[in-house]
Design a protein around this ligand. Sequence first.
Ligand code: URA
Length: 209
Amino acid sequence: MGTVHVLDHPLIQHKLTHIRDKNTGTKDFRELVNEIAMLMAFEITRNLPLQETTIETPVQEAKANVLAGKKIGLIPILRAGLGMVDGMVRLIPAAKVGHVGLYRDPETLEPVEYYIKLPSDISERELIVLDPMLATGGSAADAIHSLKKRGAKQIRLVCIVAAPEGVERIKKEHPDVDIYLAALDEGLDDKAYIVPGLGDAGDRLFGTK
Ligand code: URA
């Protein structure tokens, strides 16, 4: 069963409080989302494999560790997931970035991919799916299905704020996917906004309110 990790580092929590604040404007919101994503990248890469190498320090030869070169793919879900990419890439510069955009057909209720572009080797990569808000979990669950359909084998989901409903849905549909959050909120309101949440993350990131 996928595990839920709430990354409650004080810096993450401090920045989260600022993005929750309705008086935080687009510029600061965007910067803070990226900073939170960068701090989350630091936490979720804790277990990356290392390999030993030999270097010369100015003093003597020394054995030292370098990253073993695990392949990572960042997959922002359009559009709000884009707000987390730069922060993640700052810490994981070799990551490839794929994009997934989908909506639910209002009649069939089936997910429709309106955009999908992925690294060609996704089955060899550890994929980190990005979406700042995990509300009902519908988009994230559908995006993960799309990735699995194309061969993805190792997937983690990183969101900033989640509702328990979204977490339950991912656990049910994708029990192999670990979820990383900055906060697990109370629930959803009647418009499927996360409560207390931070409003519409896409609108706040892109100034489209
Ligand atoms: N998407 C958002 O951007 N905010 C919510 O509260 C729920 C979904």
